[in-house]
Design a protein. Structure first.
Length: 328
């Protein structure tokens, strides 16, 4: 799964399907992003704030996919917040594995082991099984969608997901490279969905990131080469030559996001995958939302994005819709 797929692996969706979009939420504990990883000491104070985002999305006709990790799955308040929405199809639940806070705790906590795919295969499976079982007990639903925390796929993840009956992986952050930390390199991966295992029905829905600017068709090679020269990426972006834009409200202003949506649609991308972290739904938990004003800007970002998508004829889709169109 860490190797880029071939052209024949790209999914050809049923005629008339798309373009559509999916909103995913990395539903996780609060921790200090600037400090080393720790098993304990995290917070869950933002969990009640998820209710506002869920209501906001329901009013927009959007059913978010909440990818839940172990500490949040153990918090019964989340079921109070999301249980009715999941029951009635107004939200979906999935799995997100943060290995450092997920039992069994048999590994050293460090940067390399924060990518679950770097763990011994039996430990990766054991952590995944614990989390999946906890989510099923909390929500009474079998989750069919997975995201590795920190996008940390490994050589044994595919077999693990196949054996667990997972049908969608959304761990690949195309056009990003985490190899300097011991993680995956996704620079060569496409943003178009593909079959991981066609026979098993396992699909990859990569997070959407596009290159914008005059030089965007040289983006992959030029953008990463520019990292060798301090501040060159910023200069290229300010000049309108090249900018890498992921579809997230965290660190991406609305003007850039709308421009990236238009680029993705011009390129014929059938599924736009949005993401952000649930702790950003309450001030003070992430670098992106430090105060109430920043929180309101986050909601304004989503309002503008949903309005733009509607104007462009891009409809929200559930995971079942994507699966059905791929299999057709």
């Amino acid at each position: 799964m860490r190797a880029a797929p071939g052209p024949g692996d790209l999914i050809r969706f049923a005629p008339g399907f798309g373009p559509c979009f999916v909103v995913t939420v990395d539903t996780e504990e609060e921790f200090d992003w600037e400090k080393p990883f720790e098993r304990y000491g995290h917070g869950l104070s933002h969990v009640p704030a998820i209710a506002r985002f869920q209501t906001f999305c329901e009013n927009a006709g959007v059913a978010p996919v909440y990818l839940v990790d172990y500490p949040v799955a153990c918090d019964t308040r989340l079921n109070d917040v999301l249980g009715p929405a999941i029951l009635h199809g107004r939200a979906e639940i999935g799995i997100q594995l943060h290995p450092w806070v997920n039992p069994p705790h048999d590994e050293e906590v460090n940067v390399r082991n924060s990518f679950a795919g770097n763990l011994a295969p039996e430990l990766e499976r054991a952590k995944f099984a614990t989390l999946k079982r906890t989510i099923e007990q909390t929500f009474g639903r079998v989750p069919r969608c997975y995201r590795a925390g920190r996008y940390g796929l490994g050589p044994h993840t595919q077999a693990m997901l196949r054996d667990a009956g997972v049908t969608i992986d959304t761990s690949v952050r195309a056009r990003f490279d985490y190899s300097h930390e011991g993680g995956p390199d996704y620079r060569e991966h496409p943003v178009h969905p593909w079959w991981i295992d066609r026979a098993a029905g396992l699909i990859e829905l990569p997070l959407t990131t596009v290159y914008c600017g005059v030089l965007r068709h040289m983006g992959n090679r030029l953008y990463h080469a520019a990292s060798r020269i301090p501040r060159l990426r910023g200069v290229l972006a300010r000049l309108g030559l090249l900018e890498r834009v992921p579809l997230t409200p965290e660190g991406v202003d609305i003007t850039a996001a709308l421009r990236a949506i238009d680029v993705a649609l011009a390129d014929g991308l059938p599924v736009l995958m949005f993401s952000f972290h649930s702790p950003s739904l309450a001030p003070g938990n992430t670098p992106y939302v430090r105060d109430e004003a920043a929180l309101e800007r986050l909601y304004d970002w989503w309002r503008a994005v949903f309005a733009h998508l509607h104007a462009r004829g891009v409809a929200p889709a559930g995971l079942a819709d994507v699966i059905a169109a791929a299999q057709a």
